[in-house]
Design a protein around this ligand. Sequence first.
Ligand SMILES: [Fe+2]
Length: 449
Amino acid sequence: MRHFDAPELLRSFFRRSFWLTLCFAALLAVALPLLRHAQAIAEYKQDSLAIARKFLAKELDFDLRDMLARKNDPLIERINIFMDYSNLVEFRIWDRSARVVYSFADPLVVGKRFPDDHELLETLTTGQPSTEIDEADKLENHNLREYGTLLEMYVPVISGGRIVGAVELYRKVPPLGILNTQNLIYALGALLLPLLLHVFFYGQFKLASLKLVHSGVQLQQAYSSLVKTSLDSIRSMVNALEMRDTETQEHSEQVVAMAVLIGHQMGLSTDDMARLVIGAYLHDVGKIGVPDAILLKPGPLNAAERAIMETHVTKGRDIVEGVEFLCLGADVVHYHHERWDGTGYATGLAGENIPLTARIFALVDVFDALMSKRPYKEPFTFKQSREIIRQGSGTHFDPRVVDVFLSLSERELNDLRAEVQRKGIHDLVRQVTGAIFGTPKTNMCDLKD
Ligand SMILES: [Fe+2]
């Protein structure tokens, strides 16, 4: 089972999410004052334009040519008042040919034309006002340079539905710097608020995670207990079977241990190892349905008796199929009497069509029978049994399985046998099946590699 270190995972999550939040907060702390600054500039332009339009709509219903003729027009008086009131430094009137008609700040430019003033030409052409904050460095603004940055506005003068000229206004710009106190407060808030929220939500997340981990541990414990109970039940079932068939006592544990040894050497997946172990345990469970007269008959079986005896594989399959945990052994139970050349029973499957777990177990089962005493025979020696297995390679047994078996020494198998007799195989089975039973699964019978 894969082990999760929940506290370390949480710490790692905190570190990553903290740096992510910090980056986000820093971006916000920079972006917010910039946005507020841009917004302040936009609002200032909008307000200035509204003030100018309001004044011009009321006062500038005039013929520009008359303006030139009347030097002391009362309008000039009102312009002066408007400029003081609105913080303007220049009020310049242009006619349609881009010639200065009136200039508050520089009377010397009156009557001159400045055809390169693009903003002016655009306003005269389209009738759209324009606003821009910039240095007053145009040719006609010689007298305004001392003010530095100013808000420059062009507002069209429309008379009788025609654009007859434009008014150009220069307004002082109040300090709209980014680093003002208000923006610094906003920046600090933008920096701290996400971090505080992060700490708060991390606390909530940690609490929920630890509860979840705790529930997971409890679930795992319950599942392990269930697995242990299931394995114990299987062992009890096998023990009951062995008590009935006294000649095969201890047979199951020996064959399970040997199957595990060969399975490991053949590189079986953890799922297949579990199938092999459960199948090895339960391989003859179907014998429960074979009458005593046949199962315990001391002499050889006749054809009819053999046919009944052979039903133990299908009966066994019916017993384990569809039952959680037991179902894992279905292949071995059903096919452990098949032969590599297809002459076995109960289905006549051949070669690699027989599941590998059943091919391994077929050899182990026969080897154990050869090495065991039966009513009709004495046990064969290791050498004799080994030779019989070797001769069955490619006919009875899978040659690959035989090769692995032949690589095992007598001492190795004797040691295994002695260890099983001494300690049983409970620990071995738990060790082999732990990988598959360690994690809860919803349907063991549909397990795929
Ligand atoms: Fe069998």
